[in-house]
Design a protein around this ligand. Structure first.
Ligand code: PMP
Length: 345
């Protein structure tokens, strides 16, 4: 018997993030500086009866905590199982299969995957030579949904305020601004979520150190938020995740800010040390740096043999091969630099 399958899925490979077991793993841009104290407390305090019932639909307490943290009304917030889920739901909420989503190239690799599984056509628009977004190129696609990531993964570079504003002013539809790394950047553009056609997504996976909990959110016009919630359903955030994320957003913002500062100081040292190896880095405003390097995949493989995992990219538009190295406590960065030195020798 041939089991049913969706024809358009046949050529889509399963997205499998690299999870190579290495003593030092700098491949996923998470916060490697520990766990927020409120998270530890909630984990200790949680009792069985709190997990035997469904959480309240659409995570209202978490919405309030996000609203306080971001300074908006709770009606302007939705949450999800990581910002992955919020982004995926946004695509489903606003585009019919066959329609176009546009995004810069390179950007968050999951975008082309989310486009495929939602039956969308992708328009990838190269970043400009100065690594800012190409507003005219994005607008020329005519896409009803324009995705921009700033600071951008994997480059770490940011979109300029002027470019973002011009994009939003002229977009025929919605602009989805992914600020997963906002807490590391000099400037946030969350205020742009007050524009009627903008959704800004954020996550607790990066600066807040809660990637394993899977909590992300979007801020924007309540009408748009309502459509995203239709596409997403009520129970995407687990009850435990909601409790922890709510406590962390309420109590641990100073903890998060101190860890983010640490990551930025380490980024500066890392860039210096890479410079001594003759390696240039792209100007990063995130907790990772991108290092253009011919043969990066082979270099990363040799680093893995030395128990260090960094992310390699091949043939990126306008950049070529590159390594992306996440910031971590200095002993881990030293291990990575040691492995890189041996590899390049
Ligand atoms: N956006 C960007 C730019 C990312 O780099 C990531 C994670 N790598 C995400 C969104 C998704 O993060 P999460 O689902 O953990 O919130």
């Amino acid at each position: 018997m041939s089991l049913p399958s969706r024809a358009s899925y046949r050529d889509i490979p399963l997205y499998s993030p690299s999870k190579v077991k290495c003593g030092v793993d700098l491949s996923d841009n998470t916060n490697l500086f520990g766990m927020p104290p409120a998270a530890e407390r909630i984990l200790r305090e949680t009792v069985a009866s709190q997990v035997s019932r469904y959480p309240v639909g659409y995570a209202p307490e978490l919405k309030q905590a996000v609203a306080r943290y971001t300074g908006v009304d709770p009606s302007r917030v939705t949450t999800g199982c990581g910002s992955d889920d919020v982004i995926d739901s946004t695509l489903r909420a606003f585009l019919e299969p066959g329609e176009v989503i546009a995004f810069p190239d390179p950007t968050f690799v999951m975008m082309s995957y989310f486009a495929k599984v939602n039956g969308l056509r992708s328009a990838a628009v190269p970043l400009k030579a100065d690594l800012d977004i190409d507003v005219d190129g994005l607008l020329a696609t005519g896409a009803k949904l324009l995705y921009v990531c700033s600071p951008n993964n994997p480059t770490g570079t940011v979109a300029s305020r002027a470019a973002l504003e011009r994009l939003i002013d002229n977009a025929p539809g919605i602009v989805l601004l992914d600020e997963a790394y906002a807490e590391f950047a000099r400037e946030s553009h969350l205020d742009l979520a007050s524009r009627p056609n903008v959704l800004v997504t954020r996550t607790l996976s990066k600066a807040f150190g809660l990637a394993g909990l899977r909590v992300g959110y979007a801020v924007g016009n309540p009408t748009l938020i309502n459509e995203v919630e239709k596409a997403r359903g009520p129970y995407k955030v687990t009850g435990l995740s909601e409790r922890i994320a709510t406590a962390v957003l309420s109590e641990d913002v100073p903890w998060m800010k101190a860890r983010a500062e640490e990551a930025l100081a380490i980024r500066a040292r890392l860039v210096d040390e890479l410079g001594k190896l003759g390696l240039k880095t792209l100007p990063s405003e995130a907790n990772f740096v991108m290092v253009p390097l011919t043969g990066a995949p082979a270099v990363a493989e040799r680093m893995r043999q030395r128990d260090v995992n960094v992310r390699a990219f091949q043939g990126l538009k306008g950049i070529g091969d590159a390594l992306r190295i996440g910031c971590a406590p200095w002993n881990q960065i030293e291990a990575a630099l040691g492995a890189l030195r041996e590899t390049l020798r």
